[in-house]
Design a protein around this ligand. Structure first.
Ligand SMILES: Cc1cc2nc3c(=O)[nH]c(=O)nc-3n(C[C@H](O)[C@H](O)[C@H](O)COP(=O)(O)OP(=O)(O)OC[C@H]3O[C@@H](n4cnc5c(N)ncnc54)[C@H](O)[C@@H]3O)c2cc1C
Ligand SMILES: NC(=O)c1ccc[n+]([C@@H]2O[C@H](COP(=O)([O-])OP(=O)(O)OC[C@H]3O[C@@H](n4cnc5c(N)ncnc54)[C@H](OP(=O)(O)O)[C@@H]3O)[C@@H](O)[C@H]2O)c1
Length: 561
């Protein structure tokens, strides 16, 4: 066969030994998963230790805009290992290609794949059937972890790694592909065995083989419908194919061979927790939906019901919005919570751009009598694990269009803390919109909070003349209209808001250079949310400073790939 493996005949004792090795390596592959959070925690510990040692050896001047208390929390200054870590982290966070996740994710899952491959071949000798079966059992042993990575909350992985569902989702996707590759190797090697030994026509009628083929077909269908192209074409097709097929896969594998059953039962238990969690986190609400003047933006206000008031909200989190009855019930899309303190407002405020799918249905509801029953799930989001932004020297928020629903609540929260007498970092808030009316909701919130004028660090860039080009409020006179009635409307003082407004696109390089050109020991946080392309532009400019040794907390808000 030209392979190091051969079809060997084993006596009864050797077959028992092979079975023991197969089961033993399956369990070992699963138990070794416990090493992952340990390695992760160890990494965090080493980083913390190096940070502490460096702080002890480095003189930290107190910045004029910070209290000595706050500066006590500072990370290492420029120079030394701290920057090597920062550069390494930055390099690993680079996307491998647009829409394909980061180097860190591929590296971690690649290493894990190499480990699993080692467990596939170890102690198999030259026994072809042994290595063939090993592929199958090692793949099955990873299913519980794969299902656990899909949990939106209640997951021990979140607590152990302090990573949110959104940050872990790329690992779920990559691990899924790894499992399917192992399963495909198992199936192909078995089929080759049947063909080479003239057994195909006989075995293809046996239930274990039929179920095995059903399992690999379901797995391949799951991975095909999860491709970015399919998700972009129809998120619903991806989502429901994923949900249905991952349920089907479990009984099929359970019946395929008995040795996998322990893993399948574990995965099924986690799946049950997932369904329970989604149901517990979901509640119905009576929302008020209306169009914001001169835009295709919807303002959605959801009063905090008893069940919603019990949840923990942090600025930057999002909820999923769905419809309570069929057929729309099959739709559920994420939206960032646009108000920083839902508890105080006694409601959740969302701003959604009415596009083609779910948002078009919401737009339709805006024309009907209010309130409207909706389904809410969450809140979720990476923001639940963000460091306290007040511990940085500088914070830069960059938003594009409706992406400000993510950055504005965090910015407003810092302003509020400052008004309450807390020392906050030097902040810059950049918001690019197509039309003034697109920014009116946020400007109004800000000017209300700042008693009529906008903070000088806030700059709004309006990129298009005569409306956003989306068919609403177009025409030469609409600029005037939007600026007077939209952007400068409400309680905003005309002068206060007008000072913050610029025409054209922001020069991101100049803005970022300005943020970083202060003290070289400054720690800076950069948080971005907007159209795809904007994040890449900001990252490119910030990267130049990371390579010069700057310590940066970077977050680009987007959902996986
Ligand atoms: C975390 C997050 C927060 C968001 N916050 C806002 C916001 O505040 N305001 C706003 O206007 N838009 C927001 N969006 C985008 C919003 O969810 C919709 O994707 C967008 O409005 C497209 O609307 P549509 O009617 O065309 O959606 P659809 O046609 O229903 O879906 C289009 C696209 O939305 C994405 N999508 C849909 N459902 C899900 C889901 N369950 N999980 C992940 N992605 C999904 C997919 O990429 C899909 O291709 C956010 C997206 C994410 C991921
Ligand atoms: N939590 C989240 O993940 C979350 C929350 C809210 C929104 N979002 C996402 O944010 C996006 C916002 O969409 P939108 O329709 O509101 O935006 P938009 O109106 O299309 O664009 C907003 C502004 O950004 C500018 N812009 C686009 N690309 C840029 C770049 N590379 N550099 C600098 N400026 C750039 C646009 O300029 P032009 O005039 O040249 O187009 C426009 O002025 C959506 O994709 C939405 O899904 C995500």
């Amino acid at each position: 066969m030209g392979l190091p493996y051969h079809f060997v005949s084993l006596d009864e004792e050797q077959q028992v030994r092979r079975r023991q090795l197969l089961d033993g390596y399956g369990h070992f592959a699963q138990l070794s998963i416990l090493l992952l959070p340990l390695i992760y925690q160890l990494g965090l510990g080493v980083r913390l230790l190096i940070g502490r040692l460096q702080r002890r050896n480095t003189y930290q001047p107190v910045k004029e805009h910070q209290s000595p208390v706050a500066s006590g929390f500072k990370q290492p200054a420029i120079g030394g290992t701290g920057n090597v870590w920062a550069k390494l982290r930055w390099a690993l966070d680079e996307p491998v290609a647009e829409g394909w996740g980061t180097r860190k994710e591929w590296f971690a899952v690649g290493l894990w794949g190499a480990w699993l491959l080692l467990l596939v071949v170890k102690d198999t000798g030259d026994d072809y059937l042994h290595v063939t079966r090993r592929f199958g059992i090692i793949a099955a042993s990873q299913l519980p972890l794969h299902y656990m990575l899909a949990l939106k909350s209640w997951s021990p992985i979140h607590y152990l790694t302090r990573l949110s569902h959104e940050s872990l989702n790329p690992y779920h996707r990559l691990l899924g592909r790894l499992i399917i590759t192992l399963m495909a190797c198992h199936a192909s090697l078995y089929l080759n065995f049947y063909v080479q030994n003239g057994l195909l026509l006989k075995r293809i009628k046996d239930w274990d083989v039929i179920l095995g083929l059903m399992a690999i077909s379901s797995a391949l269908l799951i991975s095909t419908t999860a491709l970015a192209r399919v998700r972009d074409w129809s998120y619903r097709v991806f989502f429901y194919a994923h949900v249905v097929l991952s349920v089907v896969l479990l009984p099929v594998l359970f019946l395929h061979v008995s040795h996998l059953r322990v893993y399948i039962l574990e995965a099924a238990a986690i799946y049950a927790v997932l369904i329970l969690q989604r149901n517990v986190d979901q509640s119905s609400a009576q929302a008020t939906i209306k169009f914001l003047p001169g835009t295709n933006l919807l303002s959605i206000t959801i009063p905090l019901s008893k069940s919603l008031v019990k949840r923990t909200y942090k600025p930057g989190m999002h909820i999923y919005l769905g419809f309570p009855s069929l057929p729309q019930k099959l739709r559920i899309n994420p939206f960032s919570i646009a108000n920083p303190r839902p508890y105080e407002d006694k409601n959740i405020h969302l701003v959604a751009r009415a596009l083609g799918g779910t948002t078009a249905m919401l737009a339709d509801l805006a024309t009907k009598p209010q309130p409207t029953p909706l389904l809410i799930e969450g809140p979720y989001g990476s923001a639940s694990y963000f460091p306290d932004l007040a511990n940085y020297d500088r914070v830069l928020f960059v938003a594009g269009g409706v992406g400000a629903t993510f950055t504005l609540p965090m910015y407003r929260n810092l302003l509020r803390r400052s008004a309450a007498g807390e020392q906050i970092p030097a902040v810059k808030f950049i918001w690019t919109v197509r039309s003034g009316a697109d920014a009116a909701w946020g400007i109004r919130q800000l000017s209300e909070q700042c008693e009529g004028s906008l903070p000088t660090e806030c700059e709004v860039f309006v990129t298009r003349k005569g409306g956003s080009g989306r068919g609403e409020a177009a025409g030469a006179e609409s600029i005037e209209l939007q600026e007077r009635e939209g952007l400068l409307g409400g309680s905003a003082s005309k002068e206060g808001a007008a000072d913050a407004v610029r025409r054209g696109k922001p020069n991101l390089r100049v803005i970022i250079d300005e943020v970083f050109s202060h003290d070289s020991s400054d720690r800076t946080a950069v948080l971005v949310c907007g159209p795809s392309g904007m994040g890449a532009s900001v990252r490119r400019e910030v990267g130049r400073w990371v390579w010069r040794g700057r310590e940066v907390f970077w977050h680009l808000e987007e959902f996986g790939w």
